[in-house]
Design a protein. Sequence first.
Length: 495
Amino acid sequence: MVHRNTFFKALAASLTVAPGSALPAPQMGDYGENKGPVGGVKPPTPTVTSASGSLYGDSSLLGGNAPLPDPDQDSAIVKDPKLVNGQAADPKLGLYLDFDGVDVPQPIRGELGATDPGPRTYDYEKLNPDLFAPPGTDAGDVPNAMWPLGLSHNRLGSEAGAGWARQQNQDVLPAATDMAGVDMRLAPNAYRELHWHTANEWALVTKGCLRVAAVNDEGKSFVDDLCEGDVWFFPAGIPHSLQAFDKGVEFLLVFDQGTFSEDETFLISELFLRNPVSVLAKNFETETTAFDNIPKDELYIFNGTPAPKDIEKQNVTGSAGALTGNGSYTYHWSQQKAHTVPGGSVKIIDPTTFPIAKGFSAALVVVQPGALREIHWHTTSDEWSYFLQGSGRITVFKAASSARTFDFTAGGVGYIPAANSHYVENTGTEDLVFLEVLQAPKFSDVSVAQWLALTPKQIVKDHLKVSDKFLDSLPKEKAFIKTGDVNMTVIADEA
């Protein structure tokens, strides 16, 4: 942002000034808020050097005692409001409104709504146009279905430059009862320390490469190398470690507990710290001095020595051997070709091809500009979504008569309860890439278009009063994605 760039330029310039010179404290600049008198305050207020005045007023200001204000003041008037393409159209068309086209968006749809004199932050409204000026088809009350990880607290690693992690759980997205997510970054050669947890862990590598290692309760060991687009799964209670290679890595973790917290995992460092040293010595059949140098605090994310590129050097096995075949904890999903359709592509992973990941099914979806992940729902599982690239919107329909539309950009998490219908529309100029995760033994959905196509015409016509031409156009095969015009307000232009 502008204020950050200015600060860093000032910081660089300070390296050449005299040692006694001091930098001004960094200040938040113009972040797109409205300015001027508000709430009885008229910024900027005068600067003073000593306190004066009273914290409280007196009884002369009570209603009936105080002079009446001037009702003709114009502070609530928005001068010369600007509308974007499609904003004057019928609200029930629900066109996507690109508020980047104006400096000051207004919450108006057709004849509905009114101008907003503030207080407000314009950047929020530009990112969430369908909340600020909702389609006329939105109705009732739907729980919040969106959380941007950019608003999550970022926990930094225990050592300089080692990495970080941020999470989404029910603390920030209460509707997400069955799943939670973590976005984690490991710097070159850094570790996520040896750990285990009470939830199952499904993960997608989003950038870079890493080595994963684990041992199961039968003493079978596992080690593998994964890169961008690959997946791993560790059942609850299975101890494992993650180490980045020399270019670093970032990955997405999905857990099957809505209340999961990244801060409450079982760590090897804490295990050693929280047991008497005499017991450790007895357990490992060694002297107490063997533990003189154990960490004094949890390691969490920390810097490590480079892993050998030859994976065989870390392929440690006992009499039980190694986990292979259907017992493998990894799946090289990046090597699976996508199912391409007009408007984008889809590829699916579930226990059909990745047996160890019982109860986890996912689809990686690419929707081209103007296109739509068709209206559908999932029969038995909630959907946890993660947006990797682009921008899109989702309308969630909740029985009996509620609907709400949410906007998403990269790094956003979505959560849609089972049986709630929804679509995902690309609202940008680049491909929209997102992940759908289900708690299901097989990835499946009900396509509304296919459902109607396979229902007797008489029944559909009696319900919806649609034409034979419309019914004849419905596909009997699931399309997944529907193409559309890149100009998202073209319908209004043609009206």
